[in-house]
Design a protein around this ligand. Structure first.
Ligand code: NAD
Ligand code: UDP
Length: 315
């Protein structure tokens, strides 16, 4: 299949997901502009692309407008790890809301398609399980996670309103916990914490009882879904869940990481952060139907093995 080359803007392109996406888009023959303020991302993630004829790097903050002629925009700029998004919560919500307004304005003026990296966090601590797109969620509007959850919810509202009011060509994906190479080893999320602790033979920190669940998706499965979503017709806007329905407790995850690394680490328990969701699992029927039979193909053991290999260089 021949895919016509597009000019593609990736905000948050030096981050974990963004850098993997830039690499895929370059491989597919597109002209990629990677925009980032390096708050949680790193030039190391995209260093191998610098100097490539079809790759440009721009230091910019999405809370300020920018103008660039593009055909497609993937809007990923936003810290995703709780310790980082809670570090400067006002900045986090500004990034989601003003970043969305600026990217939607850019899409409107250039007639570009724009894809929003939304999140399973918009379901909050869900009362419906597994989560379907029609569920409106159970989110605390005034808690310590609200800067992220409500920022992302507001961004979805903005996307839908620009679409209804001004016919902007939008796509919304709700990403469930994703892991893999190019994650910041110190970013505080559970997969990176557990692997780094195991590789260093340090205590593995479980927050709360460890019986809370998450569904973990390997990065390659997400990137495939993102590219397919962008390629869907203008009549399909989403939101659509993108995740791996395999559901694990944090205790199960810790044990898997210990087994796969052969670590001597012990499991210890720490207090559960406020408003930590008790369960999460995506219903991915809509994604399967609309994204050409897309389905996650990397199971947790195989994905963890690849991620452990990547993290070994940081020990
Ligand atoms: P990440 O922290 O690795 O990447 C975010 C990137 O955005 C970083 O490079 C950071 O420097 C950049 N950034 C932050 N604020 C910015 C600003 N104001 N202007 C410009 N750049 C800015 O996180 P990630 O896991 O790669 O997440 C990427 C996107 O996907 C985020 O929008 C996140 O909310 C969303 N998402 C991720 C997950 C996941 O499990 N990884 C799940 C749901 C949603
Ligand atoms: N968690 C944990 N130990 C850690 C880091 C996180 O037990 O060292 C727990 C956290 O409380 C949550 C789950 O793992 O219940 C997933 O946390 P993460 O920050 O990765 O993502 P999110 O809570 O945003 O889904």
């Amino acid at each position: 299949m021949i895919i016509a080359m597009s000019r593609v803007l990736v905000t948050g392109g030096a981050g974990f997901i963004g850098s993997n996406l830039c690499e895929r888009l370059i491989r597919d023959g597109h002209d990629v502009i990677c925009l980032d303020n390096y708050f949680t991302g790193s030039k190391d993630n995209i260093r191998h692309l610098i100097g490539h004829d079809h790759f440009e790097l721009v230091r910019h903050d999405v809370t300020e407008p920018n103008i660039v002629e593009v055909d497609e925009i993937y809007n990923l700029a936003c810290p995703a790890s709780p310790p980082y998004y809670q570090y400067d919560p006002v900045k986090t919500i500004k990034t989601s809301v003003m970043g969305a307004i600026h990217m939607l304005g850019l899409a409107q003026s250039t007639k570009a398609k724009v894809l929003q990296a939304s999140t399973s966090e918009i379901y909050g601590d869900p009362m419906v399980h597994p989560q379907v797109e029609g569920y409106w969620g159970n989110v605390n509007p005034i808690g310590i996670r609200s800067c992220y959850d409500e920022g992302k919810r507001c961004a979805e509202t903005l996307f839908m309103d620009y679409h209804r009011q001004s016919n902007v060509r939008i796509k919304i994906i709700r990403i469930f916990n994703t892991y893999g190479p190019n994650m910041n080893p110190e970013d505080g999320r559970v997969v990176s914490n557990f692997i780094m602790q195991a590789l260093r033979n340090r205590d593995i920190t479980i927050y709360g009882s460890g019986l809370q669940t998450r569904s973990f998706q390997y990065i390659d499965d997400l990137i495939e879904a993102m590219v397919r979503m962008m390629a869907t017709g203008d009549d399909f806007t989403g939101p659509v869940n993108i995740g791996n329905p395999g559901e694990f407790t944090m205790l199960e995850l810790a044990q898997k990481v210990i087994d796969l690394t052969g670590s001597k680490s012990k499991i210890i328990f720490k207090p559960l952060p406020l408003d930590d969701p008790k369960q999460r699992r995506p219903d991915i029927s809509l994604a399967k139907e609309k994204l050409g039979g897309w389905t996650p193909v990397v199971n947790l053991d195989d994905g963890l093995k690849k991620t452990i290999k990547y993290f070994e260089k940081f020990v």
